[in-house]
Write a protein that binds this ligand. Sequence first.
Ligand SMILES: *Cc1c(COP(=O)(O)O)cnc(C)c1O
Length: 524
Amino acid sequence: MSMNNQGRPTSPKTGAAPDTSTHTGNKALQIEEALIFETGHMSGTGVDLPAPKSKTNRLGGNERVKSFGLPGLSEPEAMRHYVRLSQKNYAIDMGPFPLGSCTMKHNPRLNEKMARLPGLGDIHPLQPVSTVQGALELIDTLAHWLKELTGMPAVAMSPKAGAHGELCGMVAIKSALEARGEAGTRTRVLAPESAHGTNPATAAQCGFKVDTIPADETGRVDLAAFREKLGPDVAGIMVTNPNTCGLFERDIRALADAVHEASGYFYCDGANFNAIMGKARPGDLGIDAMHINLHKTFSTPHGGGGPGSGPTVLSDALAPFAPIPYVVHSSNGFRLVEKREGPASESFGRMTAFHGQMGMFVRALSYMISHGSDGLKQAAEDAVLNANYVLARLKTEMTPAFEGSCMHEALFDDRFLENTGVDTLDFAKAMIDEGYHPMTMYFPLVVHGAMLIEPTESESKRELDKFCDALLALAKAAKAGEADKFKAAPVHAPRRRLDETAAARKPVLRWTPPEGEESSLAAE
Ligand SMILES: *Cc1c(COP(=O)(O)O)cnc(C)c1O
């Protein structure tokens, strides 16, 4: 009888493995979920209303000629469908989420409770300002915390994701260059080769040419190569710190000085701020603009495309170009600056319909106030400690990409899998069978077969040990010649290996009725 690592039996007492196929396709209480169109019936409806006694047609000939094409489901049918789908998603509330470059940290329930308070959750951005003074004060207070933590004089609150914050910062840089009359000549943006894909994408979207700076052998920006690339056509640099290799850019002051000397601007990608909050202030490092991913550093559940919030701190040089609207405080209370006039006359305009991601502002401020400045600093220290613990334990069997300690994430390459017949993808799929969501794979691109692990401060030592034990066992199995097991993985997941490229490039997002059923859609 096979046992799990706690000594509990995991398979039947007798004989060979039974046939596991089922009549329904379900596996125990894991339901093989059909599409909602297949569950419901076009002819049905979820409600039973009596036919009206008399009705006068007032549509003036504009009646629908076809049905909506929506399946009719009862409330429990609809409810179950979506609850089951939600259970197919993995979440930080279910187990560790080791993705690197993503900071998947625990979101305390207190934050959820605060975000649901009716005075914050049930208000509307078009309400008269006099009726939402508390909400505006909350935005202003959060802005104050962000400026304090970063040592920066201004912050734009409205960007709705990290990438959106990058756009805010780069448009501000473009506006500053326009004001100097240099937008036409300063067209090149420098970015390290380890940059997150959103950095070059943002620069390109703003019409800049992206020039890649190589990394040195320690995984950091090559300062000499960077200096060589500076010139009168450089608009600025985009650098992540700590960088996407999980390393602190030690030369960051020198980078800032050099780019300023060349009359360019310094955009810092602050997605990894979780590692340095309370420890180092971007304002002291010579940064002109930096987004903060509230959904990474200051809790809030994220993943699967949202929600996000990317307030962007700005230096004195860029602050005049900040987007509207923003909150200001006067003796009459709080109000919104919504027009490009007066002190906002140089603003580059509006990025979003309203004031930003209110629900996340509440969660972030709740997180900050409950931690206090000392608690935030400790969270950063614990996140770095946890990553170094993982690095130290795993390096006995796996190969760290760079020497020395790391910041918030531990980066491995695939040298330990050499000649095993197992590659990074196989290794990640085998982790799924062991009950672990894989780490970030094949990123950053500068490391061959990269595996990037960010445990965050949320995980206990016990949880980290279980995770490391599983990865060490897998690394040993790969080296012991068990490649077949890896190539087949995942064998316990509801779906085996999918064609991920086709899924990303040619997604089938539209349901089409089976042959012959179109007529029933058109009926009624
Ligand atoms: C997550 C991340 C981004 C993008 O942030 P989004 O909120 O996903 O748009 C940019 N840079 C780095 C380094 C990141 O980790």
